[in-house]
Design a protein around this ligand. Structure first.
Ligand SMILES: [Fe+2]
Length: 171
């Protein structure tokens, strides 16, 4: 790695870029884990609260998988900035403040769908590069996380439909 004029190091190789992206993914999951804790409090529907609790547990396991990925490639787990997830979090917080409490579930579900789509894109990219780097054990760990996100997105969309139908009746 070469130092630039500001004294920061530059990512120079595909492997370094992979490690950098892995660090951004770790920040993403840590942020999501924290975010889910807040959303459990804000959700109205008990079934939604339960689903959020379940995905929070899955997220904790995903974080453990990411630590294992770092270990597999002989690196210390190091977070890198992930402004995308911060943006999704900020938008959700703003929407929750702007809307009446009875609309919390609709706001939460919209934020969850955006989060899952982002997470899926991140894992798909990491998996392609882990494959290219010939890291099969890493691919398996990342694949496990990807499948959980895909399953969660399906659950979020089902819950969104149910919530929209329920509020449609009230409207
Ligand atoms: Fe996740």
């Amino acid at each position: 790695m070469l130092d630039d004029m500001l004294g920061r190091t530059k990512v120079e190789s595909p492997k370094e870029l992979f490690i950098h992206n892995l660090g951004a993914c770790l920040t993403m999951e840590n942020t999501v884990e924290e975010m889910l804790g807040k959303l459990i409090e804000e959700a109205n529907d008990s079934e939604l609260k339960q689903k959020l609790r379940h995905h929070r547990e899955e997220t904790q396991a995903q974080i453990r998988n990411l630590h294992q990925v770092f270990q597999s490639i002989g690196e210390e787990p190091k977070e890198q900035p992930c402004p995308a997830i911060e943006g999704i979090e900020k938008e959700g917080e703003t929407s929750l403040r702007l809307t009446a409490d009875e609309l919390n579930d609709a706001v939460i579900l919209a934020g969850c769908a955006e989060t899952e789509h982002h997470e899926i894109a991140v894992y798909e990219n990491l998996i392609v590069h882990a494959n290219a780097l010939g890291q099969e054990d890493v691919v398996a760990l990342l694949q496990e996380n990807l499948e959980q996100e895909q399953h969660t997105l399906g659950e979020v969309l089902k819950a969104t439909l149910k919530d929209a139908q329920r509020s449609g009746v009230k409207a």
